[in-house]
Design a protein around this ligand. Structure first.
Ligand code: GDG
Length: 455
């Protein structure tokens, strides 16, 4: 059987399954990797003189190989091109995009270093599965070094229309790099169509159906929505309600409704708009004051990028403003935490919440939306309020879909959710639950690996 080699920017510590790490990729893949798999990537460490030889670790039969980055690499590759050019661009935020040629050169160089370190570990017949926007040039780098095996790529974040992509100076180079893979996967059909359209317009290659035909090669594009281990998450959520932590949470609510949001502290997640929407709920529907508290968990992320520091300051101010305006001596409307919460606790919090408020301005998929649905008690389920600009909205259209740029729409949806009769909650939840239990993490992984095997 072909060996699977996973390559991602960050590699999870061996078998850290249920810990407090935030991040969708590790969560989705960790339940899938089998003994014999090799997982390769950056260790997360920045050192003066990175070694050329990967550091090896083992966990449950899976080999983890990691390399370190130098300070310059970290600044250009990670903070620079990946997170200050590509991340904002692919989330439709041209105003936040910062491009420097030296950053792009650093990005290419680190991908070359990845290829140098990975190549000696590859065997004939391996299936190499590369993840996310940090590593777009990796297939081209491996091919340039003589690797002829199958390489696939999955983009976890959105792909953009040609009119947005053209703003990126090396758009052509990136599209050509994507065409060095055998399979490229996207979260939704919309992202897939945008990719094919960009490939057609910018590269001069021909597009036949859902394949790009380059000089002598074929790249197959697929839509493969990522999912969760729904059964596992539902079990953890149900168990968690018996714990002291969730009991204390319930007691502190004194019968009031809990609305919950949890994500990395990232400008794509739409937190300021959400806070404003919540403030409008309390102003426009004053009968909901004292009836609901919003718990916002915003795990700190990418703290070396200036935009993330600015966002944190803005949220501190907005949270203080909301609580100053609306708090009463025995009720606080907004609980705002920037620490991560352990996964089991998070699952329990989702289960007891009346509202899951998931309102990113753009999101490749958004696993929190799926986790919230899986966690609910089908007999008395909470209501999901979901941004129509999350990839998950294509599958979860029975949620209350909102335009996250409209704080009044968020306020109205919250009011609707708080007033929604039990029967309607159950009906909506049953449909959403089927979708979440159908499109799981295992299905996502199998579909991608099957496509790669067929390449
Ligand atoms: C990228 C794409 C795509 C969050 N806070 C805590 C915590 N989390 C967990 C959630 C969920 C994961 O992190 C976040 O996944 P998302 O999908 O919501 O978002 P990104 O991190 O931006 O992931 C996204 C994903 O890749 C997968 O393809 O869906 O669109 O942007 O599992 O529960 N986990 C813990 N504590 C927290 O405080 N333990």
């Amino acid at each position: 059987m072909a060996r699977l080699v996973i390559v991602s920017n960050r590699v999870p510590p061996p078998r850290a399954g249920s810990g407090a790490s935030a991040g969708g990729l590790a969560v989705a893949l960790q339940s899938f990797v089998e003994p014999g798999t090799l997982w390769f990537g950056w260790s997360g460490r920045v050192v003066d003189k990175p070694s050329d030889t990967p550091r090896m670790a083992e966990g449950q039969g899976v080999s983890y190989a990691t390399i370190d980055l130098s300070g310059v690499d970290y600044d250009r590759f990670y903070v620079g091109f990946a997170n200050s050019s590509l991340w904002p661009l692919l989330h439709f935020r041209l105003g936040l995009m910062r491009y420097r040629r030296e950053d792009f050169e650093g990005y290419l160089a680190v991908n070359g270093d990845f290829a140098d370190a990975l190549l000696p570990m590859l065997r004939e017949g391996d299936l190499v599965w590369v993840h996310d926007y940090h590593l777009i040039p990796l297939a081209a780098a491996l091919r340039a070094r003589g690797f002829t095996g199958r390489i696939g790529f999955f983009l976890h974040i959105p792909f953009v229309p040609a009119s947005v992509l053209e703003a990126l100076p090396p758009a052509y180079e990136l599209l050509c790099a994507l065409c060095a893979f055998d399979v490229v996967g996207f979260q939704t059909r919309t992202h897939l169509q945008d990719f094919l359209d960009c490939a057609r317009r910018f590269t001069g290659f021909t597009v036949e159906g859902e394949e790009v035909v380059t000089n002598g090669r074929r790249v197959r594009a697929i839509a493969d929505p990522i999912g969760i281990d729904a059964t596992g998450f539902a079990r953890v959520a149900a168990r968690s309600t018996g714990t002291a932590y969730i009991r204390r949470m319930r007691e502190s609510l004194v019968g009031r409704n809990l609305a919950i949001s949890a994500e990395r502290l990232d400008y794509s997640k739409g937190l300021p708009n959400r806070f404003e929407g919540f403030a409008r709920l309390l102003t426009r529907f004053p009968q909901q004051q004292r009836r609901v508290s919003l718990l916002q968990i915003a795990a700190r992320s990418r703290e070396d990028v200036a935009e993330y520091q600015a966002l944190r300051r803005e949220l501190d101010r907005l949270a203080g403003d909301i609580n100053g305006r609306f708090s009463q001596f025995d009720w606080m409307p907004l609980h705002y935490m920037t620490q991560t919460v352990a996964r089991t606790k998070l699952a329990g919090l989702f289960r007891i919440a009346r509202i899951g408020l998931v309102t990113p301005l753009r999101d490749g998929m958004n696993l929190v939306a799926k986790e919230f649905i899986a966690a609910q008690d089908p007999a008395d389920p909470g209501v999901l309020i979901l941004s129509r600009f999350a990839g998950a909205a294509e599958e979860l259209s029975d949620a209350l879909l909102v335009n996250p740029y409209d704080p009044d729409a968020i306020a109205e949806a919250m009011n609707t959710a708080l007033e929604m009769p039990l029967e309607e909650r159950q009906e909506r939840h049953a449909v959403l639950r089927r979708a979440v239990f159908d499109v799981t993490a295992a299905r996502y992984c199998n579909m991608f690996v099957d496509a790669l095997k067929a390449a």
